[in-house]
Design a protein around this ligand. Structure first.
Ligand code: 6R9
Length: 634
């Protein structure tokens, strides 16, 4: 008996207990019963956190694409694997079946081989959210090439930095990308990036927007003719469990981006296992995650996790605001989406808009809602629950990281009792979180507040940083002995439920009190005029630090002293006068990363007047708001 699909709370508790008592046996039976292997492992787990060395299923041989595609062909060949919804609602959706996906991936894999790509070579993928993105990822995995997907909103400089760091030989891109009413000249960006990357010998170009582009003789080729003449079968490369599957860059707040390396078997088992349980996927379901495949959420929960479970996974090319703010809900209604997974930043943006955009679409197909990426504030949670889920769909607030490969803390829908807004709730089986205090001691008992660490390995964790194992060890395993340090703070309530309070770099000590950013922002956002907020600390003679709040209103034209006072009154009542804001600045927007996370680091510099040393802000989603915030600084 294995615990692959947990269906009740008692099963969860039993599974959790077994996963802590005998982790090896627990994961072995999951791996054995639910995946196909060319050869079984010699050892399930070996690990040493002091050296940052972790190996799962060592000695096993497999190919992840056989698990994601081939093994479904007999029973689900005609089932839709990828459901592609284009940017423009007037372009038809594409339903790509498992049989068709098999053929597309094989052809693409053969093209890669023909272009000289071999097992272990790195291939950079810089594509919009079109089917070729998922197909190229799988084609790399088919032949054992290591994919490095770079989000197609990054600049030429960011792209070349990532190509150089892991020494890619090939770039896969498109002529351009559609995003709302704009087109983005992707191929031009690649051309600029490649001026600094002499080792890239081949560029494959997908035709999407049809605009005129330059093709460099001997380097650039259109993909389509190559695919048309490629064979429709490709024997999958036999991979070792610990062979790298992909590299994905995570920016972090300082220094150069870290190329997190995920390996084959552990990542496969973990992304598939967590997908099945967190989304309780059933055979007929239509699952949609709105992330981009350029982020880890897209890797694990658009491509690998869903496909390993034979699911139908929606890929959306466009943006939530085009042609209007009802686009997400129109797609849910059109394809009868059952599970919908998005980010708090998207929810807050859509909640600002009139409810008619929601109301005119039939959302009754929805069963489960999810969020990821940032703490979800209570106000946004209720909006999502009431208006999208109609109070009937459990919301899973899934906490995890690029480094963790898959979800670590989340409720299981209709299984975990009393899901609470702002709480990610309980660890999934196999995950052993601990909270540590400033003296590195584990805080036992509840309630508790501390730095969130994980004290035992799980199969999906990253194995290293490409080319810099020392940095991997120092960043994640040196702060606390024998523990993986997440960089996040968390609170654990009397029931053992976890609430993530934000990055610990963002924690603000006011008069000796340690305040997380999330709980205070949560209160600010309950004010009916507020759309979003971010708080940071700035030096204060008496308190050490004081709080500076940047607040975006739903209707910016109505900013007033009265709202500032009301915000402080709310904070005073809910948390205490200690957390009141010394300064409140109303802003048109907040600086965000391209994946939608608020960049408090920049706001902190602005609040303390260090506007000369903001660092590189060109990789922000909205660099223009920074100048405006500086000019209106209090
Ligand atoms: C998957 C992903 C990781 C950081 C993480 C944390 C924040 C993600 C969260 C959350 C509160 C959640 N984060 N999910 N905070 N509640 N449900 O986002 O990966 O881009 O690497 O970011 O995002 O701070 O440490 P990544």
């Amino acid at each position: 008996m294995d615990f692959y699909h947990i269906q009740s709370y008692s099963e969860y508790k039993e599974a959790y207990k077994a996963s802590v008592k005998t982790p090896e046996t627990f994961w072995e039976s999951i791996a054995e019963e639910n995946f196909s292997w060319k050869k079984k492992w010699n050892e399930i787990l070996s690990w040493d956190f002091t050296k940052a060395e972790i190996r799962w299923f060592d000695g096993a041989k497999l190919n992840i694409t056989e698990n994601c595609i081939d093994r479904h062909l007999d029973t689900r060949g005609e089932k839709t694997a990828l459901l592609f919804e284009p940017n423009s609602p007037s372009e038809a959706a594409q339903h790509i079946s498992y049989n068709q996906l098999y053929e597309k991936v094989c052809r693409f894999a053969n093209v890669l081989k023909q272009k000289g790509i071999e097992k272990g070579d790195r291939v950079c993928i810089y594509l919009p959210m079109i089917p070729e993105l998922a197909v190229s990822v799988l084609a790399c995995a088919r032949i054992g090439a290591v994919h490095s997907v770079v989000f197609a909103g990054f600049s030429a400089q960011a792209l070349s930095q990532r190509i150089l760091d892991c020494d890619c030989k090939m770039v896969i891109t498109s002529d351009g990308a559609f995003r709302g009413n704009k087109t983005i000249p992707l191929k031009n960006i690649v051309d600029n990036a490649l001026e600094d990357c002499p080792d890239v010998t081949s560029v494959l170009v997908v035709r999407r927007t049809g605009e005129h582009i330059k093709m460099k003789e001997g380097r650039d080729e259109w993909l389509l003719p190559l695919l048309d003449s490629a064979s429709i079968s490709c024997i999958p490369e036999v991979m070792d469990a610990e062979d790298p599957l992909f590299i994905l860059y995570t920016s972090g707040s300082t220094g150069k981006p870290k190329g997190m390396v995920h390996t084959t078997a552990g990542y496969m088992v973990y992304s598939a296992y967590t997908f099945k349980n967190v989304f309780q996927y059933q055979e007929e379901d239509i699952y949609w995650c709105t992330a981009d495949i350029g982020w880890i959420t897209g890797h694990s929960y658009i491509v690998y996790g869903p496909l390993a479970n034979g699911a139908t996974t929606v890929m959306f090319e466009g943006v939530p605001s085009y042609p209007d703010y009802g686009r997400f809900w129109e797609i849910v209604a059109k394809h009868k989406v059952t599970q919908f997974y998005t980010a708090p930043t998207a929810i807050r943006a859509l909640a600002k808009e009139p409810l008619e955009f929601v109301k005119k679409h039939d959302l009754t197909s929805l069963k489960i809602l999810g969020t990821v990426g940032e703490p979800i504030n209570e106000e946004a949670w209720h909006w999502y629950n009431n208006n999208i889920g109609d109070g009937l769909c459990p919301i899973v607030d899934t906490w995890w990281q690029t480094e963790t490969g898959g979800i670590l803390i989340s409720a299981l829908p209709k299984i975990t009792p009393a899901i609470l807004p702002t709480f990610a709730t309980l660890p999934l089986p196999g995950i052993q979180p601990v909270l540590v205090d400033d003296s590195s001691k584990e805080i036992k008992g509840n309630p508790a507040h501390g730095k969130l660490c994980i004290k035992f390995p799980w199969p999906g964790m990253a194995r290293t940083i490409w080319g810099d194992h020392k940095r991997y060890k120092e960043t994640y395993f040196s702060a606390y002995q024998n523990k993986y340090f997440t960089g996040d703070g968390a609170l654990r309530n009397d029931d053992g439920y976890y609430r993530i309070t934000g990055r610990v770099d963002d924690v603000i000590i006011v008069s000796g009190h340690n305040l997380g950013t999330a709980p205070i922002e949560d209160v600010i956002n309950t004010h009916e005029a507020v759309a979003e907020s971010a708080i940071v600390g700035f030096p204060h003679d008496v308190k050490g630090n004081a709080l500076y709040g940047f607040v975006t209103l739903k209707h910016p034209e109505f900013s007033s002293e009265k709202i500032s006072e009301e915000i402080n009154q709310l904070i005073s009542t809910s948390i205490g006068p200690i957390a009141k804001l010394d300064k409140i600045q109303f802003t048109e927007g907040l600086p965000k990363t391209r994946s939608g996370k608020i960049m408090r680091r920049i706001l902190r510099k602005i609040a303390s007047g260090e506007t000369e040393s903001l660092g590189d802000i060109s990789t922000l989603l909205n660099p223009e708001v920074v100048q405006e915030i500086i000019q209106q600084r209090k």
